[in-house]
Design a binder for this molecule. Structure first.
Ligand code: DUC
Ligand code: ZN
Ligand code: ZN
Length: 485
C-alpha cells in the first residue's frame, strides 16, 4: 500500500496501550499501524517521541462577544493557531446567542467568523441565553447540522436562563441526544456578595474571588444535576473549581447519572492570591468560577487521576489587559465591571503534560483521555481522538524531554499577557497534524487560514450510564392509569 505520510519510529499512545509503531496515513486518514511501514511520500521521523491523538480543545471562547459586549481578543485565525501550537488538532468554541437573537443568525455569524479563518477543524457548542418557544423550535435544525451540545448559564443576569428555562432545554436536548453544558454558580449568592462588598467600597480585583463563594458553585452544581435527573438528560458541568463540586460529580457518576465534567489548568496552577497582585495586575486573573487555593488544587488532581473529570479544558477567554478587554470600563473599574476570563489555549496540554505526566500524577493513557479521546467520545467527534485505522490523521508528536520556560510569544495568540508566564514546562508538542496536513512543525506554522473544516458531530454517547427515573413520571405506577405528563 502506498501512503501519503508515514510517521516512523515513534511510541504510539492510546488510552490503554503504549507501543512502538509506525503510522501510515492516506487521504487524511490513518490507514495502518505496524511495527514497520515502508514507503510514504513523506516520512516523518518520530524517534524518541510520543505519537498522540491531536488535542481536542472542548472549552474555549473565540471571536465571541460577552453579554456585556466585550469581544475576545482571539478570532478563529489567532485562536486556532494558538490551539495548534499547544498540541491541538481540533477545537470546539462557543457560538453565543444573546437575548433577542435567532439561532439561525447566530450560527450564520459564527460560520462567517470560523470558515475563512480556522487553521484546524472546528465545531461549536451553542450558548442559549433566551430559550423562548421560537428558539426551542429552532434547535432540531441545529442538531441536524451536527451541533449537538449547548451551554447554559446559571449566573450573570443577561445569561441566566433560570431553572425552568434549563428544564426546557434539557428536555429538548434529551429528545435529540444532545448534551447540555452548564456554568454552575448561584446567581443570587454572587449578587448578594457583590452588594455587600460594594456597600463598603471593596471593589479591587481580589474581591472578585471572594464574591463567588465555593458554596455558590456547589449549590448550583447540585441544582443543575437535580434538574437534569428530573428529565434524565445528559449534563456536562464545565470548569469545576471546588472540592464540593467535584465530590457531587463523583457521587452522581457512581450512582449512574448521565453526567460529565471538566476542570481547567488555571484551577491547578493559580490561586486566589494571584488576584491580589499589585495595582490592577490582579484583573488578569479574574475568571469565573474564580481561582481557589492550594488545598483545592490537590483535591482536583485527585479527581483528575481517579476519573471524575472527562477532560481538562482551557476555558480560553482572552480579554487583553487594556481598553479592548479587561479595562473596557476604565483602568480602575470595580471588579464586577472587569471581563471574566483568562487565556490558556496554548498552555492547556503542555501544563497538563508537565504537571501531570512528567510529575507522575497521571499516566500517558490518562493524558490521552483527558486531552482528546474523552472529548471526542462525549461530544460526538466520531473520527477523532484515536490513533487507529479509519480515524482522521489528527496527531500530535510530543518530545517528552523538551523543557521550556513559558513566555507570551510562545502562545501565538492575540493577547498581551499569559497567566502561565515564567512557569517551567517539561514536554512539548513538536508537530501537530490535522487530517494529515501538518499545521505546526518545529515552531513554524505550516497551515493557512481556512484550512480547518467544520465537523458535524454525532449525538452524545452516554454509553452504559443507566441514568435516573423520577418516580413522579411513572404515572401509571402511581395512580394505576396512564396520564400524559
Ligand atoms: N464562563 C466561562 O466558561 N468562560 C469565561 C467566563 C465564564 O463565565
Ligand atoms: Zn462558564
Ligand atoms: Zn468558558
Amino acid at each position: 500500500m502506498q501512503y501519503d505520510t508515514v510517521i516512523h519510529g515513534g511510541t504510539v499512545v492510546t488510552p490503554h496501550e503504549t507501543f512502538k509503531a509506525d503510522v501510515g496515513i492516506s487521504d487524511g486518514r490513518i490507514v495502518a499501524l505496524a511495527e514497520h511501514l515502508p514507503g510514504g511520500e513523506r516520512r516523518i521521523d518520530a524517534g524518541g517521541r510520543l505519537v498522540l491523538p491531536g488535542g481536542i480543545e472542548a472549552h474555549c471562547h473565540i471571536a465571541q462577544e460577552s453579554s456585556s459586549g466585550v469581544m475576545t481578543a482571539d478570532d478563529y485565525y489567532s485562536g486556532s493557531v494558538s490551539a495548534a501550537f499547544g498540541g491541538n488538532s481540533c477545537f470546539v468554541p462557543f457560538a453565543a446567542q444573546h437575548r433577542g437573537q435567532s439561532i439561525a443568525d447566530v450560527i450564520a455569524t459564527y460560520d462567517g467568523r470560523a470558515a475563512p479563518n480556522s487553521v484546524i477543524d472546528y465545531s461549536y457548542h451553542l450558548i442559549i441565553s433566551d430559550p423562548t418557544p421560537a428558539v426551542l423550535e429552532e434547535l432540531p435544525g441545529v442538531f441536524q447540522r451536527g451541533i449537538t451540545s449547548f451551554k447554559v448559564f446559571m449566573t450573570y443576569d443577561l445569561m441566566n436562563i433560570g431553572d425552568g428555562g434549563m428544564l426546557d432545554i434539557l428536555t429538548v436536548a434529551k429528545s435529540h441526544g444532545a448534551l447540555t453544558m452548564v456554568h454552575a454558580e448561584n446567581n443570587e449568592m454572587v449578587k448578594w456578595m457583590n452588594r455587600r462588598f460594594a456597600a463598603t467600597g471593596l471593589t479591587a480585583p481580589k474581591y472578585h474571588a471572594l464574591s463567588r463563594p465555593e458554596l455558590a458553585e456547589e449549590e448550583a452544581i447540585n441544582r443543575a444535576v437535580s434538574l437534569a435527573k428530573l428529565v434524565d438528560a445528559a449534563l456536562f458541568i464545565v470548569h469545576v473549581s471546588t472540592r464540593g463540586g467535584a465530590e457531587i460529580v463523583r457521587r452522581e457518576k457512581l450512582a449512574g447519572t448521565k453526567l460529565f465534567a471538566e476542570t481547567c489548568p488555571q484551577y491547578l496552577a493559580l490561586t486566589r492570591a494571584d488576584l491580589d497582585r499589585p495595582g490592577m495586575e490582579g484583573a488578569k486573573y479574574i475568571c469565573s468560577p474564580p481561582l481557589r487555593d492550594h488545598a483545592t488544587q490537590e483535591v482536583l488532581w485527585q479527581h483528575i487521576r481517579s476519573g471524575t473529570f472527562e477532560s481538562v479544558s482551557s476555558d480560553h477567554a482572552p480579554y487583553r489587559a487594556d481598553a479592548t478587554g479587561k479595562f473596557l470600563n476604565g483602568r480602575d473599574a470595580p471588579y464586577p465591571k472587569i471581563a471574566n476570563g483568562m487565556p490558556g489555549i496554548a498552555m492547556r496540554l503542555p501544563y497538563l503534560f508537565s504537571e501531570g505526566v512528567a510529575k507522575g500524577r497521571i499516566t500517558l493513557g490518562d493524558f490521552v483521555r483527558l486531552s482528546s479521546s474523552n472529548a471526542a467520545r462525549v461530544f460526538g467527534l466520531d473520527r477523532k481522538g484515536a490513533i487507529a485505522p479509519g480515524f482522521d490523521a489528527d496527531i500530535a508528536i510530543w518530545n517528552p524531554e523538551e523543557t521550556r520556560t513559558v513566555t507570551l510569544d510562545m502562545q501565538h495568540d492575540n493577547m498581551d499577557y499569559t497567566p502561565f508566564e515564567g512557569m517551567e514546562i517539561n514536554g512539548w508538542p513538536e508537530l501537530v497534524m490535522n487530517r494529515g496536513r501538518i499545521v505546526v512543525e518545529k515552531g513554524m506554522l505550516k497551515a493557512n487560514a481556512g484550512d480547518g473544516r467544520f465537523v458535524a458531530r454525532k449525538p452524545v454517547d452516554t454509553g452504559a450510564m443507566p441514568g435516573y427515573r423520577a418516580v413522579e413520571f411513572e404515572i401509571a405506577a402511581q395512580f394505576g392509569q396512564e396520564v400524559a405528563p
